[in-house]
Design a protein around this ligand. Structure first.
Ligand code: ADP
Ligand code: MG
Length: 600
């Protein structure tokens, strides 16, 4: 978007730097612009942890001072305590600074990741959304990003601590008693062996758990959406049972995951406790044979306890790691998706558009469609012309208008807009100039004004009222106590079918588009609403190139030309009278839909 300025940090994630096959590297990459902060945080962590890391050393020295006795013993102990006090003193401040740095880096990463996801979701082609459900995508944006955040937090605290203690202990052991260092090092391979045993199972379980959670979100979303239908048909039990079965699967799967995690934890606990017992016996043997002092033995034992704690902590990161890696994979489904609409760098559409569209031998088949949806469509739509597409359900009308919006690319032939191939244009610059009235009006949770002006900044009240008047909505809006500021609620339940359609027309009108694309709602309206919608439509299409998928004969009457589609091909075209005179496909459709409507 902002080609001139420096790219935003999250845009890096969209340039193929997000690699779900290498979760570790990808995670590290998420902190690309935070490395200084992270490094400083790690340094502060080492400093702030020094009191606990050095405690066994201090205790060992004190025990030795006591066992040796002598005059200077107590002064020696005071000196050790003094140094230790200084170490303690730095902790509160350094700890706070560490937390701020760490949290800052994590929050920044979360922000970047979500921004990248949202940006990518806005770039993906419509095909992508047909394969993924909204609630599953929502889960990715919320839960998976949190899972990655959780993993990083875990790594930063537990993982770092584990690593730090292991390093400390190894160094001290090497300096004071190399024999013990070898002994300590046995624990690491043991840890690795444990990981190997559990690795595959963790991966499988976490993936299954995530998929189940996505399913649950989809199912719950569906249930909420279907609520009025469910209640209207008295199907509460049926729905509840359906949703409950999804909950049951989550319960089973959750139990399996918990069992595995705990089994892993207890296996590592058991293994390392055995090690600790052995260490105790070994140190005792060394003391008895005067190889080390009692103080040393105490110190070793405490360090070994710490080491085991650290290895265990380190291992406990592992389930979170598997979960985080899976979250990375899940986000990869969005960030690495291939169905991207490539607009950057393409020339803009002429502004203003003239509005001439040529379908040149256009063919289309859906990636998973069994038959071709459109074959050999050639049609010249002149600027300002209104074309109505009619045909039975499945004839290809919606497919054709979606091609004109650029939602899909023709698989054969081409579409020319003002003489230029649609494929070669920045579709965003084109779509800003078209008004699309979809079959069902989507409303969001905002006021009536916001819903009409959606995405436009400077719409004056005068313009807005004019638009509402043209859409035959002004009288209705005036009758509302809150007028333009009436909240519509998420689904706009307070609006009737006809009002929703007129609102969609107002939304198109306020953009003053050069080209109007309209998929007429199939639901029947009463005569009065029908008249209001028709009047609004006539005003919307006047002087603008218009493609209408028409279901009503009152709409067809206003079209300059009617195009009849049958099984993806144009079978007839002309004015209404011409087509009726031919007594072909159109006449047959007209008869099916009721001739009285036609002559109304
Ligand atoms: P109409 O709008 O005239 O009712 P459509 O354009 O929606 O028809 O559909 C034309 C044909 O393409 C139909 O056979 C339909 O089953 C098929 N079709 C529509 N959408 C898809 C899709 N997303 N995937 C596969 N086939 C599709
Ligand atoms: Mg359709």
């Amino acid at each position: 978007m902002n080609a001139s300025a420096q790219p935003a940090p999250w845009e890096k994630l969209l340039d193929g730097r997000f690699d779900s096959k290498r979760p570790g590297r990808t995670l590290w990459g998420l902190f690309a612009d935070q490395r200084g902060r992270v490094a400083l945080a790690v340094l502060l962590y080492i400093i702030k942890q020094s009191p606990s890391s050095l405690l066994p050393l201090a205790v060992g020295m004190i025990v030795d001072a006591l066992t040796n006795g002598g005059d200077g013993a107590f002064r020696h102990i005071l000196a050790i305590a003094g140094v230790y006090f200084l170490l303690l003193l730095q902790n509160p401040l350094v700890h706070t600074t560490f937390v701020r740095l760490m949290s800052g880096a994590l929050r920044h990463m979360q922000f970047n990741l979500r921004s990248a996801l949202v940006e990518r979701l806005q770039e993906l082609s419509i095909t992508f959304y047909e394969e993924k459900q909204t609630s599953a995508l929502q889960t990715k944006l919320l839960r998976d990003v949190d899972a990655i955040d959780g993993l990083c937090r875990h790594l930063m605290h537990t993982g770092l601590n584990g690593l730090l203690v292991i390093t400390y202990v190894t160094i001290i052991a090497l300096i004071k008693q190399p024999l013990l260092a070898v002994y300590f090092l046995v624990t690491v391979p043991a840890g690795v062996a444990l990981l190997k045993i559990f690795d595959r199972r963790f991966k499988e379980q976490y993936k299954a758990m995530r998929v189940e959670t996505e399913q649950m979100n989809i199912r719950v979303g569906e249930m909420l959406q279907m609520l009025p239908v469910t209640r209207a048909h008295g199907l509460e039990d049926f729905e509840t049972r359906g949703v409950r079965s999804v909950f049951e699967r989550i319960r089973e799967r959750g139990l399996q995951v918990d069992t595995l995690t705990e089994f892993f934890a207890s296996s590592s606990w058991f293994t390392f406790m055995l090690f600790q017992l052995a260490c105790l016996v070994f140190s005792a043997w060394l003391v008895v044979h005067h190889r080390i002092t009692v103080g040393d033995a105490v110190m070793y034992h405490t360090y070994f306890g710490m080491l085991i704690g650290a290895v265990q902590q380190f291992l406990s990161v592992f389930p979170a790691l598997a979960q985080g890696a899976d979250a990375v994979r899940s986000l990869g489904e969005v960030l690495e998706a291939e169905h991207i609409e490539h607009n950057d760098g393409k020339p803009a559409a002429t502004d203003p558009l003239r509005g001439e569209i040529i379908f040149d031998h256009v063919g289309f088949s859906y990636p998973r469609g069994r038959e071709v949806a459109l074959t050999n469509i050639s049609l010249h739509v002149r600027a300002g012309e209104t074309i109505a597409f009619v045909g039975e359900s499945g004839a290809g009308k919606s497919t054709l208008v979606n091609l004109a919006i650029g939602f899909r690319q023709p698989t054969a032939g081409k579409i020319l807009l003002d003489g230029r191939d649609l494929r070669e244009l920045d579709l965003r610059t084109y779509r800003r100039q078209i008004g699309v009235v979809p079959q069902t009006t989507l409303l969001f949770n905002g006021s009536l004004r916001e819903n009409v002006t959606y995405g436009l900044d400077h719409v004056t009240d005068d313009t807005l009222w004019q638009v509402l008047a043209d859409a035959n909505l002004a009288t209705f809006v005036r009758s509302l106590p809150q007028g333009l500021n009436t909240p519509l609620g998420e689904s706009g339940t307070m609006l009737s079918g006809g009002q929703r359609q007129r609102l969609a027309i107002a939304r198109a009108l306020v953009r003053n588009p050069r080209l109007v694309i309209l998929d007429e709602a199939t639901s029947a309206l009463d005569t009065e609403s029908e008249r209001l919608v028709q009047e609004a439509l006539v005003r919307l299409t006047k002087g603008r190139t218009t493609l209408i998928v028409a279901h009503r004969f009152s709409t067809i009457r206003h079209a300059h030309r009617i195009v009849v589609l049958h099984k993806g091909a144009i079978v007839e075209q002309g004015t209404q009278d011409e087509l009726l005179a031919r007594n072909g496909q159109f006449s047959r459709l007209a008869r099916l839909q009721g001739v009285q409507q036609l002559h109304a």
